[in-house]
Design a protein around this ligand. Structure first.
Ligand SMILES: Cc1ncc(C[n+]2csc(CCOP(=O)(O)OP(=O)(O)O)c2C)c(N)n1
Ligand SMILES: CC(=O)[C@@H](O)[C@H](O)COP(=O)(O)O
Ligand SMILES: [Mg+2]
Length: 611
């Protein structure tokens, strides 16, 4: 269904919006909704959150002068309407695609965009900083606006920021609370209940007023006139103020409005007429984790699951369904999740913290000083580890191996398939003297990759006579490594492929094998420096094993959005590029491989060819 986008294309900012009368504005809101459904059902994306902020975004851009008045979007997944109203309709067809429109604000796309980081609960801190800067620079006519969801408000940084914002009454700063009562699922916690009281009862004093901000609301988040009136009052106050907007996630699209799971928070490609996925899902890594954890929990009543507002996305819902008292949702509060897990472990439980790899970054100190220092039995299950895909730079879970390898006493497993995930999860929850991590990527899990032998803790996936190359495959890279070995075998190069399964600490059984090969190579879907390759380098160096080492991983820079397989290939993590690089390292006669040409070497022992 082609959607007439003329009024959409004619709006390029606040000035155009202010020319529209109330009927035209209502028409624009309806057209934006139809356009969002038509487009996002084709590309996938955050349909529900954006359907909920149509009127709110129109009103903001009518009352404030973006970008002179910066409009900041917390988490940024709900900024599609903001993009449509700031001249990016034409690019919208390529939303979340490589080289296309980012699914989050993007400074290279527009002067109207500020925060590119899709990690939640940061916008109020940016806003506090900007407001302080405007004051110091004498720019008293500028107002900072920060839109934050009720879910993001359960994140600790928001309260650190509010503590500062409330203390300085002379800075124009508008906090727009976009309260739709949900993160994915209904937002949990005492603060969420406070917002509910503010929504449903008149005259309740808001927490915000007690810490020095003014409070306007609750405002109907779909009533354009009421929104404009509230935002105008807030703007003219010239001091910190909260505008509490009550919205509906998924508004205007029946399949989203009636979706009890998450109101179409983040969808794949769906049939717009029904909202049903266009492609039947296959078994994902997450599914395997969720079912195995349930099996283990049936036998161990000390096992509990912890999520930071992502129960279903991290696969904890089977456990929650059978044992509702053994799964805790702490809200979007990863730091609290980790240290409360430490508390649970101190009190005799074995918590399993299920979390996307990238979101654990912000709880590094808690993992280090609250879990590892006390040698507590906490298991971290990191979904979306490595290259994730269309969510872009702040969602790639590429730092976990480098970061969490630093935890003294930690043990890290990288399963290569469903069978090893089940096995390593069971092994992890049996460790009772320190933290364990199990990490796997986003998406469908492939067929099981059998071992042909076992040496120490190493699974041997392919034996090669002649011992040219020992290829250490990390986790889900096993199929790529086996295909690489096959290519090299056709050129007479013998490659032994091993999967350590537990990649940290490195199994010393690797040492004699390294000694028996001309070259050792490590292939990991993680940041090139500091990961498993570095750990193997340390081991070889500590034992004076002179065998040459090459490590292949992700370039030490932010990776753009794109399809996972495309990004891995671009990083040289595919059989043809790896085979050429490895053959070149052996100076194999029929594979004279000039370094620069052979598809982007990613090595620690050589200069990284970045872009
Ligand atoms: C630190 C962090 N944890 C988790 C997420 C995953 N996540 C993205 S949006 C979201 C829910 C956001 O809820 P809310 O702030 O209420 O916004 P809404 O989608 O309701 O508009 C979550 C959990 C994230 N982006 N960042
Ligand atoms: C905005 C956010 O952080 C989440 O909604 C994320 O986009 C979901 O990622 P997946 O689609 O991989 O579950
Ligand atoms: Mg919400």
């Amino acid at each position: 269904m082609a959607v007439d986008t003329d009024v959409l294309s004619s709006v390029r900012g606040s000035r155009d919006l202010r020319l529209l009368d109330s009927a035209e504005l209502a028409g624009l809101a309806a057209r934006i909704r139809r356009y969002l459904v038509e487009r996002v059902c084709r590309t996938g994306g955050h349909l529900g959150p954006n359907l909920g902020v149509v009127e709110l975004t129109i009103a903001l851009h009518r009352v404030f002068d973006s970008p002179r008045d910066p409009i900041l979007w917390d988490t940024g997944h709900q900024a599609y309407v903001h993009k449509l109203l700031t001249g990016r309709v034409a690019e919208f067809a390529r939303l979340r695609q490589a080289g296309g429109l980012s699914g989050y604000p993007s400074r290279v796309e527009s002067e109207h965009d500020f925060i590119e980081n899709s990690h939640a609960s940061t916008a109020l801190s940016y806003a506090d900083g900007m407001a302080k800067a405007f004051r110091l620079r004498g720019e008293h006519d500028r107002t900072v606006v920060a839109v934050v969801g009720d879910g993001a408000l359960t994140g600790g940084m928001c309260w650190e920021a509010l503590n500062n914002i409330g203390a300085a009454g002379d800075r124009p700063l508008v906090v727009v609370v976009n309260d739709n009562g949900r993160s994915y699922a209904p937002t949990v916690g005492g603060f969420a209940e406070h917002l509910t009281r503010l929504r449903t009862r008149r005259g309740v004093r808001s927490l915000f007023e007690d810490i020095g901000l003014d409070y306007l609301g609750p405002v109907d988040g779909h009533d354009l006139e009421a929104l404009e009136e509230a935002f105008t009052r807030a703007r003219d106050l010239r001091r910190p103020v909260v505008v509490h907007c009550v919205t509906e996630k998924g508004r205007g699209y029946r399949p989203a409005e009636t979706d009890e799971a998450d109101r179409f928070h983040a969808i794949g490609v769906v049939d717009p007429s029904t909202g049903r996925p266009a492609v039947r899902g296959t078994t994902s890594w997450t599914d395997v984790f969720g079912s195995e954890l349930l099996n283990l929990a049936d036998r161990r009543d000390d096992l509990v699951g912890i999520t930071a507002a992502m129960l279903r996305p991290t696969g904890l819902h089977p456990l929650a369904r059978r044992y509702p008292h053994r799964v805790v949702d702490v809200g979007m509060a990863e730091q609290h999740a980790v240290t409360s897990a430490a508390g649970m472990a101190m009190a005799g439980l074995h918590p399993v913290v299920a979390i996307y790899a990238t979101f654990l970054n912000r709880a590094f100190d808690q993992a280090l000083m609250d879990v590892a220092l006390h040698r507590l039995p906490v298991t971290f299950v990191l979904d979306r580890a490595g290259v994730t895909g269309e969510d872009g730079p702040s969602h790639h879970g590429m730092w976990d191996l480098s970061l969490f390898r630093l935890l003294p006493g930690v043990r890290i497993a990288a399963p290569r398939d469903a069978a090893t995930l089940r096995r390593e999860l069971a092994e992890a929850v049996d460790v009772d003297d320190g933290p364990t991590l199990v990490r796997f990527p986003k998406g469908p899990v492939g067929p099981d990759v059998p071992a042909v032998d076992r040496i120490g803790g190493l699974d041997v996936l392919r034996q090669a006579p002649g011992g040219d190359i020992l290829l250490v495959s990390v986790g889900a890279m096993a199929p790529v490594c086996l295909a690489t070995a096959e290519l090299l075998a056709r050129h007479g190069i013998g490659v032994t492929v091993v999967d350590p399964r537990w990649v940290v600490p490195v199994d010393p059984a690797l040492l004699p094998m390294a000694r028996d090969h001309r070259l050792v190579a490590v292939v990991e879907d993680g940041h090139l420096t500091g990961g498993v390759g570095s750990a193997v380098a340390d081991l070889l160096r500590d034992h004076d094993i002179g065998t040459r080492l090459r490590t292949f991983g992700l370039a030490p820079r932010f990776l753009a959005a794109g399809k996972r397989q495309d990004l891995l290939a671009e990083q040289g993590l595919h059989p043809e590029a790896l085979a050429r690089q490895l053959a070149g390292s052996l100076d194999a006669p029929d594979w004279p491989v000039p370094r620069a040409e052979a598809g982007r070497p990613r090595t620690e022992t050589e200069e990284v060819v970045g872009r």
